[in-house]
Design a protein around this ligand. Structure first.
Ligand code: AHR
Length: 660
């Protein structure tokens, strides 16, 4: 707020000095001409999207609201996540593997001695986040083999105090589902669930599950409200899923296969999450993919967000940073068939096999899939030849679906050049470029696309983030410096909207106690979530997307790095609004005059939204989430000229209405 007041004061003093009332200290004014009537490109409605990957406990333990970890005992260590606190005297537990149980073959066999409570304790994902007054819905599959027993629940906080209880139910007869619930009397950041059995005899247990009643849109098997809300607040143009390297897998058996993630949640086959073992310094031995959040849920999420779904499929190649395993070319057909079947699942009539499944899952209407990625961050000949086989069939059978090819993991260099030269000939609809670089790179490369071939490929900037210098604080990697550098770079994405069609920051989510990769757009713990400065930058672009890019020229040139200044402008041709994005990455205040051509005048007041960090390494935390946030003010305007002061280290969005 202080920052904003001083900007207003500067603006007043400066305008006074310009009008000749003050004799000294007239600052140099940068005169930028904006031609509102000369749009250079239509902005794609998809332009600013989101990239979702199950990394950093983004799905299980994050967006997916299930609170019990390893509820079906299918982790390779079947009791991981579960503890039976010294209850030998009360009974014994054994994990049985019965192939007839299909993809979920294990269950727990419990023999109770009749000597008191037998307790199974689940830790959740680094604890369970429990909210006071929220109701929690528990379910379990169980059968009685002999004897008599009851089952009840207790939710405890970190100190072991009981904060919620469900009354006993009796287990009887063959396999069936038992549902219990409790309302929490208190909040717990790291709750644990006690599942308590009392009685004697033999019982079998499977599929233990606990959800808050209030998930996103109160859906069963649902998503965490606060996290989805943060995604919705971005108003993303597209949702890319399920990644990222997770698509590729460390080897082919570990790849993402969408068909194993649809249908009833209990029939989805769990696999290891590749980030479980990726980084020795960030081992996550309890990181698996239950696929409770699977492809159907991703499509629903995209629909809820008003975002175009953009699935990325495995192209017959495992991660080239890991095993580099590829499927032989004559055996690629099932992978291509997966792509065809996915299109049928998303768009097919309900009379088709996969369209029927979509309808059975609750969504007879098509999901309107029109974008599809083939391969994530693949490179070299083995990728291009596999992509070509996908493309041939997909273009023939589904010309309505636009294809995304990958430019590899680097923003430049031999692999990048090879991909570009190959794909320039093949002409996929989009090429997916990734850049994880230092803030300096982003500042220096803001004009990256100014000189790209206008008749070349359309760009999907599919993964980017400015990676700052090491700092003891995890969140500090999401510093103001990194966000400001991204804002500067994004002026170049916007200015080149004729070729840049989609953009997404990556990764999206990170659990503060369970992350593998940083920086990330949104951080969370079991109860809270926090938007980073980078999030607000993405949001300011997305909410101020406009419909057309227009020229914003200083001395006839785009402003992209001169004296650490960056600018781009768009109009919303429907609502007759001009939106200017401005970054002053330098260390002194700058003064701008914008001359607006092609309009009669501006109208009413302009809104000025500004972001600034008290220092370059300022960052938000869960305890102090508003350290770096946008601040908005309104300033009356008239005529065809507007003045704007840009303090050092700021990102500013100016929005105003005009009459043409
Ligand atoms: O965003 C994290 C990882 O970075 C993605 O999984 C991968 O595509 C890239 O290397």
């Amino acid at each position: 707020m202080k920052q904003l007041q001083s900007v207003k004061l500067l603006l007043v003093l400066w305008v006074i000095s310009l009008s000749g009332m003050a004799q000294t200290g007239v600052p140099a004014t940068r005169k930028v001409n904006i031609s509102i009537n000369k749009p250079t490109a239509a902005i794609s409605p998809d332009m600013w999207g989101i990239f979702f990957e199950d990394i950093n406990f983004g799905a299980d333990g994050g967006l997916y609201a299930e609170l019990i970890k390893n509820g079906s005992f299918e982790f390779p260590m079947p009791m991981m996540g579960w503890r039976d606190p010294d209850t030998e005297a009360q009974g014994a537990m054994l994990i049985v593997n019965q192939a007839a149980h299909g993809v979920n073959p294990r269950y727990a066999q419990l023999k109770l001695k009749g000597t008191g409570d037998f307790v199974l304790l689940n830790d959740g994902f680094r604890g369970m986040g429990i909210q006071k007054d929220e109701t929690y819905l528990f379910s379990i599959m169980a059968r009685q083999l002999s004897g008599q027993a009851s089952l009840r629940l207790e939710m405890i906080n970190a100190k072991g105090t009981v904060i919620g209880k469900a009354e006993p139910v009796t287990i009887n007869g063959d396999w069936k589902k038992y549902s219990l619930s409790f309302t929490a009397g208190d909040t717990a950041q790291k709750g644990k669930l006690r599942v308590i059995f009392n009685g004697s005899g033999e019982f079998h247990l499977d599929r233990l599950s606990l959800f808050p009643q209030h998930t996103w849109k109160n859906r069963p098997n649902g998503l965490r409200n606060d996290l989805v809300q943060k995604l919705a607040d971005l108003k993303p143009g597209f949702l890319r899923f399920p990644g990222g390297c997770i698509v590729e897998g460390r080897d082919l058996t570990n790849r993402y296969q969408w068909k194993t993630t649809v249908g009833a949640p209990e029939d989805r086959k769990l696999i290891m999450n590749r980030w479980n073992v990726e980084f020795a310094h960030k081992n996550a031995p309890d990181y698996y993919q239950s696929f409770g959040l699977g492809f159907y849920e991703y499509f629903i999420l995209a629909e809820d967000l008003g975002a175009a779904p953009l699935p990325i499929l495995n192209c017959g190649m495992a991660c080239q940073f890991n095993s580099s395993e590829v499927v032989s070319l004559p055996e690629l057909d099932p992978y291509i068939q997966d792509a065809l079947d996915l299109i049928e699942f998303a768009n097919g009539d309900v009379t088709t096999k996969w369209g029927r499944l979509r309808a059975d899952m609750g969504h007879p209407a098509a999901f309107n899939l029109r974008l599809l990625g083939v391969g994530n961050e693949q490179w070299d000949e083995q990728y291009v030849e596999r992509y070509a086989l996908f493309e041939k069939i997909l273009q023939q059978r589904h010309p309505e679906v636009k294809l995304v090819a990958a430019a590899g993991p680097y923003a430049e260099g031999p692999l990048f050049d090879y991909a570009w030269s190959a794909f320039k000939k093949m002409k996929p609809d989009f090429i997916d470029e990734h850049y994880y670089k230092g803030p300096d790179w982003f500042l220096k490369n803001a004009a990256r696309y100014d000189n790209y071939d206008r008749n070349g490929l359309k760009i999907f900037a599919g993964e980017y983030a400015a990676h700052g210098k090491d700092n003891a604080q995890a969140e500090s990697k999401n510093s103001w410096m990194s966000a400001m550098a991204e804002a500067a770079f994004m002026t170049g994405l916007e200015r080149n909207a004729d070729i840049v069609k989609m953009c997404s920051y990556a990764p999206l989510l990170a659990h503060v106690d369970a992350w593998q990769w940083r920086p990330d757009l949104i951080w969370f713990d079991n109860l809270r979530s926090m938007a980073t400065p980078n999030y607000y930058v993405q949001q300011l672009y997305s909410l101020n997307k406009g419909t057309h890019a227009v020229p914003a020229l200083l001395e006839g040139k785009a402003l992209s790095g001169r004296d650490s200044l960056y600018a781009s402008a768009v109009i919303d041709s429907v609502n007759k609004e001009l939106i200017i994005k401005l970054v002053n990455a330098g260390n002194k205040t700058e003064y701008f005059e914008f001359n607006l051509a092609g309009i009669k005048s501006v109208k009413g007041a302009m809104t000025v939204t500004s972001m600034h960090g008290a220092e370059l390494l300022a960052y938000n935390t869960l305890d102090k989430p508003a350290t770096v946030t946008p601040v908005t003010s309104t300033i009356p305007v008239k005529g065809k000229k507007i003045m704007q002061v840009l303090p050092a280290s700021t990102f500013t969005v100016v929005r105003l209405k005009y009459v043409q």
